[in-house]
Every structure is written in C-alpha cells, then in structure tokens.
Design a protein around this ligand. Structure first.
Ligand code: COD
Ligand code: ATP
Length: 229
C-alpha cells in the first residue's frame, strides 16, 4: 500500500485539495479531524491537557475551547511542544488504526493530510509527499478571511509556528500551486492523482494476488483444523 503525504501551511489549501481527492474516490486520512477527536471530553488526551493547561481553556460545556488553547500555544513554543507531546501520540495511534483498516479494505493508495508532516515524524511513514503551496501574502489574506476571529498578530503567530511554505516546497515530490483559482488547483490535483495512482502491476497485486493468497491460506488453515478435529 502506498502512503502519500499531503501537506502545506495553515490555510494554504490542503483541505480544498483533500476534499477533491475524496470526491475522486481516493482514501484520505485527515489529521486535523483526528486531532479534534482525540481531545473529546473524557479522552486520555483531554485529561492530560486539562491537567497541564488548567480549566481556563475549557468552554462552558466542559469541552476544550480551541480558540483559548490556540491563543496560549501559538504564542509560546514551550506550551506548543507540551500540547504536541500530549496529542501526537494519540493521533499516531488512530492514524495507524485507520491505515490498517484501509489496508484490509484493499485500498492501494492512502493519502495522509498532515499539516505538520515535515515538522514531525509522520513523514517517516509516507513514501512520497504532495505540498500545497501559496505565496506568503495569499496565505495570510486567506487565513484572515477564513478565521476572522483571529487578530492580525494571532494569524501571524500561527503561520510562524510552522516550517515556511518555501522550505516545504523544496521537500515536495509533487507541488500544487494554489495561488490561482480553485479550478486551476483542481486541474493540478487531478494531474498529481494520476501520477500517484497505482500502475497495472500494483492493481493486480492488490486486487488479485493478495486476496488469493489470503483465501488459499485460509482454506489450508480450515483443512488442517478439519483433519485435526
Ligand atoms: C491548538 C489547537 C487547539 C487550535 O485549534 P483550532 O480549531 O483553532 O485549529 P485547527 O485544529 O483547526 O488547526 C488549524 C491549523 O492550525 C495548524 N496547527 C494545528 N496544530 C498545530 C501545531 N501544534 N503547530 C503548528 N500548527 C498547528 C495546522 O495548520 C492546522 O491545519 C489545535 O490545533 C490543536 O489541538 N493542535 C495540536 C494537535 C496538532 O498538532 N494538530 C495538527 C495535526 S498533526
Ligand atoms: N484557490 C483558492 N482561491 C481562493 N480561496 C481559496 C483557494 N483555495 C482555498 N481557498 C480558501 O482559503 C481558505 C484556506 O483553505 P483550506 O481550508 O483548504 O486550507 P488548509 O490548508 O486546509 O488550512 P488549515 O491548515 O488551517 O486546515 C479557505 O477559506 C478556502 O476556501
């Protein structure tokens, strides 16, 4: 199974590209979604976060107030490291589970949508990486429009907390330039999708060889069990 990383910077357009991949039938694992699930009320990561950051980062209903937590961690590198240390282990466990489930389903390619792909060790499990790039001004403007609750300084802190998009661009196997229209981005995404899609040999191995091997092994096992009985 090919595991492809999809990354970029905050508001560079990863979700826009990953939504398009999903529409086209690709299996995508979104780490922002998993990062939200692992801190649901009562989960182990939730308890650790409350014990480190206190109850003033909680909303009235007891869930984590993401804006309040974000305000703390994006302006303090030590606090951000602490939050990452708490959450990334649980995120990794869930990612492994979802990769395994996709493997069982026979998905030949899985895309991992990971904002911090190069900043963390997630890049060790991907074989090739797609970077969604925009220039710094566009990134800042889109972030301000999408998240109007952030002040200008908070938006800058969030961008500065990540590896720059120009550095990520250099690490890309496939680059998607998202400075143009969404249609132009979709055209590039569809070109990249053709390049990462499995070739005929890969398809045969996945759709015929592996299921046949598992089936034969299962029959052999049943026969042995029958004889023994
Ligand atoms: C700090 C939190 C509470 C802010 O929540 P909020 O809803 O405002 O933002 P959201 O989770 O939607 O993330 C938006 C974007 O922020 C950036 N971002 C998120 N966490 C981090 C981080 N630890 N360091 C740098 N950038 C980050 C990513 O580009 C992400 O796509 C939240 O992002 C969080 O819990 N982060 C730690 C988990 C993590 O590292 N997530 C990224 C997946 S690897
Ligand atoms: N080509 C484009 N033209 C105009 N707006 C765009 C384009 N691509 C994305 N956007 C807008 O920019 C914002 C950021 O895009 P998106 O949410 O896909 O980024 P992201 O990289 O997933 O962000 P995050 O890291 O915060 O999850 C969104 O409001 C989206 O609608």
């Amino acid at each position: 199974m090919k595991i492809i990383g999809l990354t970029g910077g905050i508001a560079s357009g990863k979700s826009t590209v990953s939504r398009y991949f999903i529409e086209c039938g690709l299996a995508v694992i979104d780490l922002d979604v998993i990062a939200r699930q692992v801190v649901d009320i009562g989960k182990p990561a939730y308890k650790k976060i409350v014990s480190v950051f206190g109850t003033d980062i909680l909303s009235e209903d007891g869930s984590i107030d993401r804006l309040a937590l974000g305000r703390k961690v994006f302006k303090d590198v030590q606090l951000r490291r602490q939050l990452n240390q708490i959450t990334h282990w649980y995120i990794l466990l869930e990612v492994m589970k979802q990769i395994f489930l996709n493997f069982i389903k026979g998905e030949p390619v899985v895309v991992l949508d990971v904002p911090l792909l190069f900043e963390t060790s997630f890049s060790k499990i991907t074989s090739q990486n797609i970077v969604v790039w925009v220039d710094a001004d566009t990134q800042f403007e889109r972030l301000r429009v999408r998240d109007p609750q952030l002040t200008e300084e908070e938006a800058r802190d969030r961008i500065a907390s990540q590896m720059s998009l120009d550095k990520k661009k250099k690490l890309a196997n496939y680059l998607i330039d998202n400075t143009g229209t969404q249609e132009e981005t979709k055209d590039q995404a569809s070109h990249v999708m053709r390049l990462i899609s499995p070739g005929i040999v890969h398809k045969i191995v996945y759709l015929v060889a592996i299921p046949s091997f598992c089936g034969l092994w299962f029959l052999w096992f049943v026969k042995r069990l029958w004889t023994w009985w």
